[in-house]
Design a protein around this ligand. Structure first.
Ligand SMILES: NC(=[NH2+])NCCC[C@H](N)C(=O)O
Ligand SMILES: [Mn+2]
Ligand SMILES: [Mn+2]
Length: 302
């Protein structure tokens, strides 16, 4: 497997999330994954210019607001190439963010020349477009971007070539903007909220999500936003929302992904995003991110 750092904070409103890749590496990421028997190659970080050197509004869509859109395009292109290159070499790409806007690049790279599905573990839908976004922050838009919604339809770099709505599944939503809710409900994506987890349990929900994401495709991309977890567990995130997944639910969910992968070989790529060390407590959010990567890649107690 190949670790790819994407230290971008262009999509979030606050600095700090650019330090996510180092914090997750510092939390013994490689050793944790090697303990599963996998060999790890760390490809280092993509080059990402500091946000202070850039003008957030240099490139603005004619129909709405999306800050640092030009910079997001550049990061997305280089990340898509890095992910596709790993896959070409038979290596599993594990992408470390960075804010969630980097998923545009991960999905474009993972679905280059292959139909893929995606499971989105997140408090948020990230389904805004430049037209609907209340903040202009692109980390609230990557699902819409990858599916070519709104003015993203004009941006060839944003669209994930092999991703279709029918294979996109959310797990654990709990904070959605008004226009975003309408758009999700009108789309063909599948959405499981925290209430679904309360009612049915994490196990049933994740099994359903795996079925939907993997139906008729070559593999799935797992996009894991650390704010899916409850902020008491994972405080180092920029947009915390109370009432999130527990530590056990998160491990269970990714162990279920690993188990399905062991049976069907469906796991194609993964990313861990939104770890912000400035907001964290003694790196605990990064430590959980590193542990969860190991769970997804097959770590077992016995
Ligand atoms: N990846 C994230 N943390 N996204 C948060 C998005 C928050 C809000 N819905 C927005 O669009 O601005
Ligand atoms: Mn997100
Ligand atoms: Mn989120």
């Amino acid at each position: 497997m190949r670790i790819i750092g994407a230290p971008s904070d262009y999509g979030a409103n606050r600095r700090g999330v650019d330090m996510g890749p180092s914090a997750i590496r510092y939390a013994d990421l490689a050793a944790g994954i090697e303990a599963t028997g996998a060999s790890v190659h760390d490809a280092g970080d993509l080059a990402v210019p500091r946000a202070e050197e850039r003008d957030p509004n240099r490139e603005t869509p004619s129909t709405g607001k999306a800050k640092f859109l030009r910079e997001t395009r550049d990061v997305s292109r280089s990340l898509a190439d890095a992910v596709a290159d790993a896959l070409d070499h038979g290596a599993f790409p594990l992408v470390l963010g960075g804010d969630h806007s980097i998923a545009i690049g991960s999905l474009a790279g993972s679905s280059r020349g292959a139909d893929v599905g995606a499971i989105w573990f997140d408090a948020h839908g990230d389904f805004n477009t430049p037209e609907t976004s209340p903040s202009g922050n692109v980390h609230g838009m990557p699902v819409a971007a990858a599916l070519g919604k709104g003015s993203f339809a004009d941006l060839t770099w944003a669209k994930a070539p092999g991703l279709s709505e029918e294979n996109v599944v959310y797990v654990g939503l709990r904070d959605i903007d008004a226009d975003e809710r309408r758009a999700i409900n009108e789309s063909d994506v599948t959405a499981f909220t925290m209430a679904d987890i309360d009612e049915r349990g994490i196990s049933a929900v994740v099994e359903d999500a795996l079925d939907v994401a993997s139906a008729g495709v070559e593999g799935i991309h797992v996009s894991f936003d650390l704010d899916w977890l409850d902020p008491n567990e994972a405080p180092g995130v920029g947009t915390p929302v109370r009432g999130g997944a527990t530590y056990r639910e998160a491990h269970w969910a990714l162990e279920a992904v690993a188990e399905r992968d062991a049976a069907e070989g469906i796991l194609r790529s993964m990313e861990l995003v939104e770890v912000n060390p400035i907001l964290d407590e003694s790196n605990r959010t990064a430590e959980i991110a590193a542990e969860l990567a190991a769970s997804a890649l097959g770590k077992r107690t016995l």
